[in-house]
Design a protein around this ligand. Structure first.
Ligand SMILES: Nc1ncnc2c1ncn2[C@@H]1O[C@H](COP(=O)(O)OP(=O)(O)O)[C@@H](O)[C@H]1O
Ligand SMILES: O=P(O)(O)OC[C@H]1O[C@](O)(COP(=O)(O)O)[C@@H](O)[C@@H]1O
Ligand SMILES: [Mg+2]
Length: 539
């Protein structure tokens, strides 16, 4: 068996806000495995669940060897009489021949696949994929798709694949697009989406539906869903959007509606936790290479040339980090997770001077959220937010360009040639690359299979390479950040040779241990050699 997918096979103790007893074996009891298809049982056997309507955020099941399943809700929890039907996929000419096409009902994806002898089995998520039984008949489905937040390469691909997947796999013909993000539910008309109308949209950047920030009014949105007779809601968006999706799901459940809510995580910042990666991220990193290459060419062609590239990354520096490691033309990468300082020993200016003296040029990549604290010390600006409540950053690229120019002109009397490239919107407005298109297709299909099978209140995404249904609360409880004590940041430090920017006076006793590993790498880089045992500490 694949180490990242396991099947639950023991009796269990129920814990958490709601609980599930999986004994006897789930596969005997789950409606998806029942022939009649109209059992009133709930999706885990009608046992141990709280009464419908309770505010629930966690569904935990525990098993042998500390197995934990963090499950997602199912429509039958609050609609216990809901009939199940055979999955029409079994008669689909393309899929009928696939051996074991339907996933086992108790298949789960392990969050942690690195194990030791006797280590606990740990947290698992329900494996995504088609089930033998569905809880919607094809002609009953009225699906809608909405895209929210910032743009991201691949949005149109996901839209296309939801429409085509519903149509071709499940015979669903009623799919509408909500225009302009969440507010479109109550302020705009819907547009009909058919395989024909979406056929070529994956070749375009952006979203054919439009997007927006702000405007999330839960009751107006659910009123609109109810009045339009929509029963499957596919929501594409980042952390803010998934919070909104969670609120919509809770309200739908409170009203007792037969409506499945499926989230598809979208953000080029890659700041969504649990999942391996968000779609469009690879495209953004690829596109960023063009800007970095241009910066490199410019910097190499001028005396004391400095190419400075600003990349997106509000709170997380993944794009900057991956673009840097991929390119190898970058001498310094600055991200929000790794504070830096400008002047003095070990500071940015000293390193820039070292680079231009040694190489004659250098390339700096800076994430938009980096250095914000430094900047606010020198520029006094009111705290501003966008319509969704996200903090609006000041332009760190412009600011740091000016700081570098001023320092070398006034304090070092060195003429430098700095070219600032800001491709931030270019890297997210492009169409997705082929690998992201495949990723988007799988995400769309996983979401469709989950909704058709009656699951709701979930976000779909890859966990250790396997698609899983993840409860909303796990997605929205925190943001994914670059861990500067992990190996990837060490790879970056070793590739750029940049300093760690750990100013001695900023290293508190409490942080000493954490920072030690970074300092070790920083000093060992001078010998062009990173000891394996130090790298181990970076994990
Ligand atoms: N805590 C929240 N509760 C409900 N809706 C939210 C919340 N945060 C953001 N939203 C809504 O989600 C949408 C997108 O959020 P935003 O933060 O702009 O982008 P992203 O989803 O990409 O992070 C907006 O319409 C916003 O109103
Ligand atoms: O100018 P906009 O459209 O608000 O977008 C800017 C933001 O969008 C992002 O690219 C992605 O953010 P979201 O995932 O929240 O959409 C951020 O890196 C950036 O700060
Ligand atoms: Mg966001």
């Amino acid at each position: 068996m694949d180490s990242s997918v396991s099947s639950f096979s023991s009796s269990s103790t129920s814990l958490g806000f709601r609980s599930t007893d999986f004994s006897p074996p789930v596969s005997d009891r789950h409606p998806c495995f029942q022939d009649g298809g109209s059992s009133p049982m709930d999706h885990n056997g009608g046992n141990g669940r709280d009464t419908p309507g309770d505010s629930v955020s966690e569904i935990l099941t525990r098993g042998d060897l500390h197995y934990v399943l963090e499950d997602v809700p199912h429509l039958t929890e609050y609609l216990p009489g809901l009939p199940a039907h055979p999955n029409p996929l079994q008669d689909n000419h393309a899929y009928a021949s696939v051996k074991q096409y339907f996933v086992n009902v108790d298949d789960a994806v392990a969050q942690n696949v690195v194990v030791h002898n006797n280590s606990p089995r740990g947290t698992h998520f329900r494996r995504a994929g088609p089930r033998q039984k569905v809880f919607f008949e094809s002609d009953e489905v009225h699906a809608c798709i909405v895209t929210c937040g910032g743009l991201c390469p691949g949005l149109n691909t996901v839209i296309r694949e939801i429409v085509c997947g519903l149509y071709h796999m499940y015979g669903v013909h009623k799919v509408v697009g909500i225009e302009g993000g969440y507010k479109g539910f109550y302020a705009r008309n819907t547009i009909s989406l058919t395989p024909k109308s979406v056929n070529n949209i994956h070749k375009r950047g952006g979203t054919i539906l439009g997007t927006s920030r702000g405007g999330h009014n839960t009751s107006k949105i659910v009123d609109s869903i109810q009045h339009r007779g929509i029963n499957q809601v596919y929501i594409l968006g980042g952390d803010g959007t998934q919070k909104g999706a969670a609120a919509i799901f809770e309200e739908i459940r409170r009203r007792g509606l037969k409506v499945a809510v499926a989230g598809i995580p979208k953000t080029i910042d890659n700041d969504i936790p649990v999942i391996d990666k968000s779609f469009g991220f690879d495209t953004a990193v690829e596109e960023a290479q063009r800007a970095i290459s241009a910066a490199h060419v410019e910097s190499e062609s001028h005396e004391n040339g400095i190419g400075l590239v600003k990349l997106m990354g509000r709170n997380s520096g993944f794009i900057a980090m991956y673009a840097t490691v991929a390119s190898r033309d970058v001498d310094c990468c600055l991200i929000p997770e790794s504070p830096f300082y400008l002047e003095g020993e070990g500071g940015l200016f000293e390193y820039i001077e070292h680079c231009i003296k040694e190489q004659g040029h250098m390339v700096i990549v800076i994430a938009e959220g980096a250095g914000q604290e430094l900047m606010s010390k020198s520029i006094h600006k009111l705290h501003q937010q966008d319509a969704s409540g996200n903090k609006l950053h000041q332009d760190v690229g412009l600011w740091i360009s000016q700081q570098i120019k001023d320092y070398f002109k006034e304090k070092r009397k060195i003429v430098i040639n700095l070219k600032y490239i800001d491709p931030t919107y270019m890297i997210r407005a492009v169409p997705s690359i082929a690998s992201d298109n495949i990723f988007c297709t799988l995400l769309a299909h996983s979401a469709i299979h989950g909704a058709m099978a009656g699951y709701t209140g979930f976000t779909v995404g890859p966990v250790n390479g396997r698609h899983a249904y993840i409860p909303f609360h796990r997605i929205i409880e925190r943001q994914n950040k670059v861990v500067i004590t992990d190996r990837m940041w060490a790879r970056l430090l070793s590739s750029t040779n940049q300093p760690s920017f750990l100013h001695p006076e900023h290293v508190s006793d409490e942080q000493n241990d954490k920072n030690l590993s970074i300092q070790l790498v920083s000093s060992s880089r001078k010998e062009n050699h990173v000891e394996e045992n130090n790298v181990e500490k970076l994990k």
